[in-house]
Design a protein around this ligand. Sequence first.
Ligand SMILES: NC(=O)c1ccc[n+]([C@@H]2O[C@H](COP(=O)([O-])OP(=O)(O)OC[C@H]3O[C@@H](n4cnc5c(N)ncnc54)[C@H](OP(=O)(O)O)[C@@H]3O)[C@@H](O)[C@H]2O)c1
Length: 233
Amino acid sequence: MTTLEGAVVLVTGGQRGIGKAIVADLLDRGVAKVYATARDPKPSSDPRVVPLPLEITDQASIDALVAAVPDITVLVNNAGASSPDTYLDTPIEDVRAVFEANFFGPLNLTRALVPVIERNGGGHILNAHSALSWVALHGAYAATKAAFWLQTNAIRLELLNRGIGVTGLHMGYVDTDMVTAVTAPKSRPEDIAKQALDGIEAGAHEVLADDTARGAKAGLSQDLTATYPQLVN
Ligand SMILES: NC(=O)c1ccc[n+]([C@@H]2O[C@H](COP(=O)([O-])OP(=O)(O)OC[C@H]3O[C@@H](n4cnc5c(N)ncnc54)[C@H](OP(=O)(O)O)[C@@H]3O)[C@@H](O)[C@H]2O)c1
């Protein structure tokens, strides 16, 4: 179990969308400090928030970030990118790029920060996946989130008995810049943030933050036509 009160937390992509809501909720829970990254970070009015630059696809940027956060005990891998909606009509470089942002980027950061969290006495990692870890939609984006889900599950096992818990976060659409074009119902970032942080404090392996995530996971055990009704002829 990880208590967030008094903790030092790093939130990637912590200045917009769900990451920003996570930072706000962390402050409400009494964290000592929260490092909030952005590619072009803006100052914060709260002295406990330390804005730092991060381009998650750039190893030099990751290295600089790691050097700037020697006191963290909790890592929130929230930053993520969307992708074009198709596989067949998208340049392969664009498919690779979203894997760099959503799979290799957080992996590189986690690899660099696990020793730091261990040195600081242990802590927690939260990885932002999606309901689309379990449903093919929005092109390669869903594949990156499926791969990230399995990365999380594997790292949780590698970290067993090393004092670092790992929580995977799954949710359907959330009202942020990422999905402005989507008209389907969306959760509020604040509601997702609260459940995510409750999950860290409870030591949950997985947080299914809305009905879409719960339905997507349940669909895995059913015939494919349950998830993809368009396959029924
Ligand atoms: N919104 C949804 O419907 C939804 C649903 C399920 C899962 N998610 C996941 O939740 C997480 C947060 O998404 P959001 O909805 O808050 O999206 P958002 O509003 O578009 O914000 C994306 C965040 O990721 C950061 N980011 C993107 N590419 C980056 C890169 N190359 N290097 C460093 N940072 C980068 C952005 O930082 P900058 O400030 O530098 O741009 C921003 O903070 C993502 O992992 C997303 O896949 C979102």
